[in-house]
Write a protein of this length. Structure first.
Length: 287
């Protein structure tokens, strides 16, 4: 029996990348899933591939009416709701504070925070009636570590992490768990999309993301391999399943160790310089 046998999940941003692989893995584990996203052709293609266990619901998570319809259609089709994966998101962008475009900021908050909040607003009454449920909000290591993700994205993801904690405090007594899943760099189309290329093209050429991440890996990440959508989908499977029944309000970071400290590759040369400077200074004092 699969870890999600009999469960029903809604996965936003399921038309590509982490969300698409999560939908596949959940179905392999016995779940039925509603895949949500804006690109109808991509979402319907994946739903068709997954057969009777999946539907696609065209959804823009920044529109409350879309989110309401998404939860409504999923429960109408499958009869219950055990898991909501708030995964829809867009990439980061770097603008200096003095050059910020506040409309871009509103758009980032609209998807990463308001969209997550709307999903919970409509999922929670159904989960509360069932006295169980797991909400997984996909944030980012940029929600905890400043400097890499740009202001719009980093602030929005930080808010997602705290929103998760707030919701977990309220909803625990209803049997609903709420956790954040924070990936490090993962080879998906999100980076290509950020450069302005066609979204489908970016999704098809993951080798571009792999190559780009590989270049910075030794400086940033202790584990010497590139994160894939599969790595995050496996963590989502754990959070969705009863194996994580005691976890709530948690931020599960899946980043190859990136946020734990400085990787050996980044510090080796610096430490050698540091030791040499100490020795040089001491030997000068002795003479
Ligand atoms: N890849 C990474 O390195 C990384 C690292 C940390 C966090 N994350 C987070 O992981 C999540 C998934 O990203 P990914 O890497 O899998 O990138 P991706 O392949 O570009 O997936 C993003 C998904 O979100 C959907 N989406 C975007 N805006 C939406 C909206 N307004 N309404 C509904 N759906 C929307 C997109 O589908 P449509 O275009 O069809 O709407 C797409 O399916 C995001 O929240 C991202 O911030 C990714």
């Amino acid at each position: 029996m699969g870890a999600l046998e009999g469960k029903v999940a809604v996965i936003t941003g399921g038309s590509s990348g982490i969300g698409a692989r999560t939908a596949e893995l959940f179905v392999e584990a016995g779940a039925r899933v509603a895949i949500a996203g804006r690109r109808r052709a991509n979402g319907e293609r994946l739903a068709k591939k997954l057969g009777d266990a999946a539907i696609f619901v065209q959804t823009d998570v920044s529109r409350e009416s879309d989110v309401k319809a998404m939860i409504g259609q999923a429960t109408a089709r499958f009869g219950r709701l055990d898991c909501l994966v708030n995964n829809a998101g867009t990439g980061s962008r770097y603008d200096a504070i003095a050059d910020l475009d506040l409309d871009r900021f509103d758009a980032a908050i609209g998807v990463h925070v308001r969209g997550v909040l709307a999903g919970m607003k409509y999922a929670v009454p159904i989960m509360a009636a069932q006295k169980s449920g797991s909400v997984i909000n996909v944030a980012s290591i940029n929600g905890v570590h400043a400097g890499l993700g740009g202001v719009y994205y980093s602030v929005a993801k930080a808010a997602t992490i705290h929103l998760t904690r707030c919701a977990a405090m309220e909803l625990g007594e209803k049997g609903i768990r709420v956790n954040t899943l924070s990936p490090g760099p993962i080879a998906t189309g999100i980076f290509g999309k950020g450069t302005g290329i066609d979204h489908d093209e970016a999704d098809e050429h993951l080798e571009a993301a792999e190559a780009a991440i590989s270049t910075i890996l030794p400086q940033w990440q202790p584990l010497p391999y590139v994160g894939r959508a599969e790595d995050i989908a496996q963590a989502a499977l754990f959070l969705a399943s009863d194996a994580s029944r005691l976890l709530t309000g948690h931020n599960l970071v899946v980043d190859g160790g990136m946020s734990a400290g400085w990787p050996a590759g980044a510090t080796r040369d610096a430490l050698a310089c540091f030791r040499k400077a100490v020795q040089t200074s001491l030997s000068k004092q002795r003479t």
